[in-house]
Design a protein around this ligand. Sequence first.
Ligand SMILES: Cc1ncc(COP(=O)(O)O)c(C=O)c1O
Length: 443
Amino acid sequence: MIGMARSLFGANAGSLSAGGTESIFLAVQTARDHAHARGVMSPELVCARTVHPAFAKACKYLDVTQRFTEVTDDGRADPEAMEAALNADTALLVASAPGYPFGVIDPVTDIAAMAAERDLLCHVDACLGGWLLPFWERLGEEVVPWDFRVEGVTSLSADIHKYGYCFKGISTITYRDPELYQRQVFMYDQWPGGLYASASAAGTRPGPPIAGAWATITHLGADGYMRLGARVLEATQGFLAAVDSVDGVRATPTPDMSVFQIGVDADSEVVVDIEAVGDRMDERGWNMDRQQGGLHVMLSPGHDKVATAFGEDLAASVADQGVPLECSTPTVGWSTTRRCRGGWRNEWSFGGPTAPFFDGAGEEPARFVLRQVDDDRFVVEELVLYDDGVISMSLPRREGGAHRPGLDPVLHGVVRTGQRAAHPRSTRARHDVGGDQGGGAIR
Ligand SMILES: Cc1ncc(COP(=O)(O)O)c(C=O)c1O
């Protein structure tokens, strides 16, 4: 498997790990120890705001300072901003190929060149793209350079358990320089049990993900990956065309791969509450992850068969998302708390003690009075929870804001009226198009 990874990415050394997070940990640990060996005792990592949280976690555990930089309008890392963040303690620059939130590939060539010029390390996080982009390139797609063919890239993470189509628990971490890889390997003989050596964080490792990955890779072979990659490509084109055809929403920003965010089209006159659209899509059987700027989509082979249905349901969901509230203050409302992926979410209806405006089965309502404080902020007054604290209020996620479970008296966001046409629950199969389900099934 490492042999295949090496030939796919142009690497010279590497190991398997249990997942993207472990691969990233190993790359950060290698960079930290490399920096220590050069006398940099408080090493720093410079990256875009869009890198996966695994880097934050690795930095926390490994005592490395993480310096974030903002992205450009197209969602990509900004080399100039990264350059401005470099200092004498910088050990590692990071680029994503692509990043999870927007599916765009950072300018790896510029970032790696910046690292090479200063004799720094450069890691490419291709956890998502590593096992797909090489096959898209072979299919004739234009793919910007992102792997070891780019001068200055020193390490690369790529998950087999995403677009390698294996079950979870298997990833690769590879290096250009076998000597640098040696810093990842742990060897120890200061005990009476002989030489202990291991290449990744775990000691004893579970065999099933390794055996499963071997079986999958050898079964599919390059031809299989081309065939499935072509289906993911077709799904991507179909879904993006579907999003494009619906007034009010668009891919924000335009992605480079089969992972993207659907957000509000700022140039459209259609008023869209993207979270409400997500809820309507849930009801129609589509599971999309919520993120600050919109709905997250990640496509697998199989989604090529449902692009048209997705477009129809997206258009219908934008049409029946609800109407923005022109609210007089204060107003009386009802809240329905619903569990959603990643937490709790509240729905409100207004205009007096109505039945919960959603079908609400099994959900406990709460009654409250809202006072509007400005255009999009409301203060909840006289909140009555009918189920003694079981209900949590939450903030709808918004750009830059945290999703906080627990009671909070100030609610931000667009509030909608309860006047909405009921529609029957979908009888369609559920389609999981969010999250890191690269190999995920359509349910
Ligand atoms: C770009 C990227 N990097 C790293 C990771 C972390 O991978 P894992 O969840 O396998 O630890 C993910 C997971 O979604 C990812 O999308």
